[in-house]
Design a protein around this ligand. Structure first.
Ligand SMILES: [Zn+2]
Length: 187
C-alpha cells in the first residue's frame, strides 16, 4: 500500500477545481481509491479528497467510524480488507442534490494542520455519486456524515474550511504558520 503525500495549506494545488472521472478512467481508478483510503486511515482522518493528494479528479473517501487501529492492522496484512469495511464510503463524481437545515460543528482538516473552527453547513443532504463499480447511488446524510461530505466535496472545488472563518482567525493562523516555518528553518 502506498501512503500518498497530503498537500498542506497554502499549497496552490489545493485550489484547483477537480474534473469529473470519465467512464474510461473509472476502470482504472480502483488502485488509486485504495491508496486514498489507506492514506486517510493512516493519517487518522475521517475523510480525504483526491485534490488533497494532488490528483484533480473528483474522488472522495469518508469513514466517520474512527476505527483506525483495527483497520490499520488489517491493511498491513491484506489490502482487500479495505473494501470489505462497510464504514468506508468511496464516492466518485459526488454531487449534492438536496440540502436542508443548518448545523454548526467544529471541523479540522488534514491539509490545514493545527487549526480547528466552528463551521456552519447544511444538516441534511442528499448526495448523488458513482461507486467504484461505476453504478450511480444516492445517499442521504445528516450530522457528522453530512458535514464530512460537504467538507470533502468542497475540496474538489478548491475550497478549504479555513475560507469560511472570519478574516481575523485566518490572519492569526497565517501568522502561526509563518512562526512554525521559521522554527523549522532554525532547527
Ligand atoms: Zn479537509
Amino acid at each position: 500500500m502506498k501512503f500518498l503525500n497530503i498537500l498542506k495549506y497554502p499549497d496552490p494545488a489545493l485550489r484547483i477545481k477537480a474534473q469529473n472521472v470519465s467512464e474510461d478512467e473509472l476502470k482504472n481508478i480502483s488502485k488509486f481509491a485504495k491508496y486514498l483510503a489507506y492514506t486517510m486511515y493512516k493519517a487518522e482522518g475521517v475523510g480525504l479528497a483526491s485534490t488533497q493528494v494532488g490528483i484533480n479528479k473528483r474522488i472522495i473517501v469518508i469513514d466517520i467510524s474512527k476505527k483506525f487501529d483495527e483497520n490499520y492492522e488489517s491493511f498491513l496484512k491484506n489490502q482487500d480488507i479495505l473494501f470489505l469495511n462497510k464504514n468506508l464510503i468511496i464516492a466518485i463524481n459526488p454531487e449534492i442534490i438536496y440540502k436542508e437545515g443548518k448545523i454548526t460543528h467544529e471541523e479540522g482538516c488534514l491539509s490545514v494542520p493545527e487549526f480547528n473552527a466552528d463551521i456552519e453547513r447544511s444538516n441534511i443532504i442528499k448526495v448523488k455519486a458513482l461507486g467504484l463499480d461505476g453504478k450511480e447511488f444516492i445517499t442521504e446524510a445528516d450530522g457528522i456524515l453530512s458535514i464530512a461530505f460537504q467538507h470533502e466535496i468542497d475540496h474538489l472545488d478548491g475550497i478549504l474550511f479555513i475560507d469560511k472563518v472570519s478574516p481575523l482567525k485566518r490572519t492569526l493562523y497565517n501568522a502561526k504558520l509563518k512562526k512554525l516555518k521559521i522554527k523549522e528553518k532554525v532547527h
